[in-house]
Design a protein around this ligand. Structure first.
Ligand code: B12
Length: 553
């Protein structure tokens, strides 16, 4: 019972999405003469029950296989996949990478199915060097950021010296995935998540690293500095980010998510981005993130530059003490004035995200969130544009985050610390047992039950304010209640028979059904988008006329 761990992101609870960095690695390698193919095995398995992973892998032929262990929930799947690849291709090197791989590199390299770990947030350049050495058979002891094994299988860790200060040399070139789909005649393998064909959302990246220090975030400044060697956030020039957006829109009309608050690198950066957006006349849905409150002036500028703009913001709690302890120092009145500023200046939709499992957050603090929001929403004329969501910090507190590194200081009790412990945890019968933490203020049971209860109160709130259709709200309510019951049933079986039993297996089908849209309807999060098939003529046209990047820009 994976539970609601992926209800507020596009993937299913299998987390079938691959890191977007795979696209930039692939594009960079291709540009430098190394053919690269992305295969989303998880998505292939989800689409087709009969998909035979072993047979598919045995038919592949490659100089090396790269497997991401970016998100820790992939601890189990990535290592299993590597084991299968090794079984059929014992002589071919297997390369791991991603943030979790970079955090657990010393432990990861010891698994027999892992030959290399390319560490850090920017692996395009070391990956090219490694591929060239694999081809030529030359030593790898001078490739930056690389962990490898010598001929006696002793692990070696080269220094982490490749941490580029700017992102201007690595375009997120969407011509690469499109070209790859055509070359291998295989769209399913490139598809980022299950229903992407109906909802082709894409993203562009403004930065690697972050200027903020949220206690539980494995992508915070603290985590990047201590675990990924990054002292300062690296940014991509605003004009290039806009160019990335324009390049995407040549192929797809779906919404584009701009990763990283455009104000993070200062007002000049935001202004330059908005000027370039205005000049580019981008008409599609654009989603901007806020990391902190913003004034009306900002939204005025956004509105005049981007006709269809939407905002995503995570105040995480309506309880100021909880929010401040977490690392977000702004007040509730600043939240209110920010929302007002956005709504008065053309924002099409503003999503507000709240989280469960934070330092100093009690059960009643969680339950107060909906009550507070009821008061807040009733203040706004355009409240139908504000959509609140609440979800648990699950399944894992991020490795490398301040709270993971100093749990006592932040009031966390950790159940698992090593990669292997997390890999094992993923085999637990329910998401309660997967959770790698509980807090001084809430046990795992309370985190689970407050999640469903808060979901019910958010659902009720959204119904009252007409933010969801009654039919949708009814569905969420039925699933949330069903999920609570099932969680209790699983606990009972665990108490009587332990983790593995026939009784447990018989609940699998029900658990799968109750692991999606049990805290909100997934589609509530969708922005308007034309399906991939409706975009097909646009893709053909973009190819016929050449992409921005193929013309050497
Ligand atoms: C954007 C984002 C998302 C997007 C995903 C976009 C995408 N497809 O990548 C969305 C919103 C969907 C998302 C979802 C999740 N996210 Co997220 N996300 C981020 C965020 C904010 C930015 C990532 C980014 O900009 N990457 C930039 C791109 C260009 O780089 P990259 O993808 O990281 O790839 C580079 C390296 O990692 C490495 N690399 C990656 N893969 C591989 C593979 C190989 C073989 C090699 C060699 C190298 C390599 O090289 C790449 C390029 O050089 C980070 C926070 C941060 N500041 O980093 C969190 C972050 C990565 N996410 C995190 C988490 C926990 C999740 C979720 C599990 C949350 C949840 N429970 O729903 C899900 C998992 C989704 C899934 N797999 O289905 C944690 C990860 C902690 C951890 N170690 O596990 C982070 C650090 C912080 C956070 N809490 O949000 N996320």
């Amino acid at each position: 019972m994976y539970g609601p761990i992926s209800d507020v992101i596009p993937s299913t609870p299998i987390f079938e999405m691959y890191p977007i960095g795979m696209v930039s690695i692939g594009a960079y390698l291709e540009k430098n003469g190394v053919h690269t193919r992305i295969i989303n095995i998880a998505n292939r398995m989800l689409r087709d029950n009969k998909f035979d992973v072993e047979q598919f892998i045995s038919n592949l032929s490659a100089k090396a296989f790269g497997i991401d262990l970016h998100w820790l929930p992939h601890a189990h799947g990535s290592l299993e996949l590597a084991r299968i690849v090794k079984k059929y291709h014992p002589e071919t090197p297997i390369i791991f990478g991603g943030l979790s791989a970079s955090y657990f590199y010393k432990e990861l390299i010891i698994y027999p199915q892992v030959d290399f770990v390319v560490r850090g947030d920017s692996t395009e350049v070391p990956m090219l060097q490694l591929m060239r050495r694999i081809k030529s058979g030359e030593p790898v002891d001078d490739i930056p950021n690389l962990s490898w094994k010598d001929k006696d299988s002793v692990a070696k860790h080269n220094p982490m010296t490749w941490v580029p200060a700017s992102l201007d040399d690595v375009p997120l070139d969407y011509a690469y995935p499109v070209k790859s789909v055509l070359r291998y005649r295989d769209l399913a393998s490139m598809t980022p998540f299950g229903n992407w064909m109906d909802y082709p959302i894409t993203c562009v990246v403004t930065c690697r690293g972050c200027n903020h220090e949220c206690a539980t975030c494995g992508g915070s400044r603290y985590a990047y500095k201590n675990s990924f060697g990054r002292e300062k956030t690296a940014f991509r020039s605003p004009k290039l980010v806009v160019k990335d957006i324009v390049s995407i829109q040549r192929y797809l009309k779906g919404p584009v998510f701009v990763i990283g608050d455009i104000r993070q690198h200062g007002e000049d950066y935001a202004d330059e981005f908005l000027r370039a957006m205005k000049a580019a006349k981008v008409k599609g849905q654009i989603i901007l993130e806020l990391f902190s409150p913003a004034g009306s002036e900002f939204f005025k500028k956004v509105n005049s530059a981007i006709p269809n703009y939407n905002i995503q913001w995570s105040p995480d709690s309506t309880d100021e003490e909880v929010r401040h302890t977490f690392g977000k120092g702004y007040s509730n009145s600043e939240i209110e004035s920010t929302i007002e500023g956005a709504l008065e200046n053309g924002c099409k939709r503003l999503d507000l995200f709240f989280m469960i499992g934070l330092p100093k957050q009690t059960y009643s603090s969680v339950m107060n969130d909906a009550a507070y929001l009821r008061g807040l929403l009733s203040e706004f004329k355009h409240h139908k544009k504000v959509l609140p969501f609440i979800s648990p910090l699950a399944p894992f507190l991020d490795p490398g985050s301040k709270a993971f590194e100093n749990p006592e200081k932040y009031g966390y009790r950790m159940f698992y610390r090593t990669l292997e412990e997390h890999r094992q945890a993923l085999k637990s019968p329910s998401w309660k047992y997967m959770l790698n933490y509980e807090t001084e203020w809430m046990s795992r049971d309370e985190i689970v039950m407050s999640t469903y209860e808060a979901a019910l109160s958010f659902n009720q709130l959204k119904t009252e304010f007409g933010l969801v259709l009654p039919r949708v709200a009814e569905g969420v309510e039925t699933r949330a209640r069903g999920a609570m019951e099932l969680m209790r049933a699983i606990d009972k079986i665990v108490a009587e028979h332990g983790f593995e039993s026939e009784e447990m297996t018989s609940l699998k089908h029900e658990a799968d059904n109750l692991s999606t849209s049990s805290i909100c309807q997934k589609k509530e999060l969708h922005w308007p988008a034309a399906s991939f098939m409706r975009n097909a003529p646009r893709i053909v046209w973009a190819f016929a006329t050449g992409s921005e990047y193929r013309h050497g820009a």
